[in-house]
Write a protein that binds this ligand. Structure first.
Ligand code: G6P
Ligand code: MG
Length: 213
């Protein structure tokens, strides 16, 4: 068992199931445009920035879109997505996740969020975790999205820790790659559980108690 001084969590698909809302909002847009989109393609969007996600979806359209059109499409998706986020309450934070976070904190770990999302602050507020983490680094503060290591390097620095003393928890393959490139260990869950770069493969969030406790 390793003792990590810091744990950096991805947000969408790790702390809460906003990954589902991302999928539904992209699906609505793709359907309206008549573009093929499914869960398999959606897995490629995990951890990827909003505009890069749009590029992946539009690459199946066979059409060229101008930058202005792309901005409009990204806004349409984001407005739809934010309508789902606005419905969230602290009940959308599972007792398993909250209990595990509290356990890790009590055992002396510093806790951070490392997300590509520009909606991270809004989500944390909706689920009652505003001000809970020792550091929050999100898509508003970084120039390079995952798999670039910037977000996790920045989160470790904000925690005042060396990356090698931090564990990153991720559901995105690009997120695991970003963590390893930052010099952190990585725990994969969901779609990233199969990653060979991950040191731990979590079937449930609460398994972090055994990894870090
Ligand atoms: C997270 C999600 C991605 C999403 C990205 C940007 O990394 O896993 O699916 O595209 O954030 O999210 P945003 O809320 O800024 O559109
Ligand atoms: Mg994620």
């Amino acid at each position: 068992m390793e003792k990590y001084q810091g744990i950096i969590f991805d947000l969408d698909g790790v702390i809460c199931h906003t990954d589902r809302y991302h999928y539904l909002a992209w699906k609505a847009l793709a359907d309206r445009l008549g573009i093929c989109f499914n869960e398999k393609i959606n897995n490629r969007l995990r951890g990827v920035s909003r505009m890069e996600s749009l590029e992946i979806i539009l690459s199946n359209s066979g059409q060229i879109y101008t930058d202005t059109e792309k901005d409009k499409l990204a806004n349409e998706k984001n407005e739809n997505y934010r309508r789902s986020l606005a419905q969230m309450t602290p009940e959308n934070l599972s007792p398993e996740v909250k209990g595990t976070l509290d356990f890790l904190r009590k055992s002396g770990c510093r806790l951070a969020i490392g997300s590509s999302s520009k909606n991270a602050g809004f989500i944390l507020e909706r689920i009652g975790l505003n001000g809970y983490f020792d550091a929050v680094v999100d898509g508003n503060q970084i120039s390079h999205a995952k798999p670039d290591p910037e977000v996790f390097r920045c989160a470790a620095r904000r925690l005042g820790l060396a990356p090698e003393n931090c564990l990153v928890v991720e559901d995105a393959l690009v997120g695991i790659e970003a963590a390893v490139r930052a010099g952190c260990d990585a725990a994969g869950m969901g779609d990233a559980r199969k990653s060979s770069l991950a040191k731990y493969h979590l079937a449930a969030f609460s398994e972090l108690k055994e990894v870090c406790g």
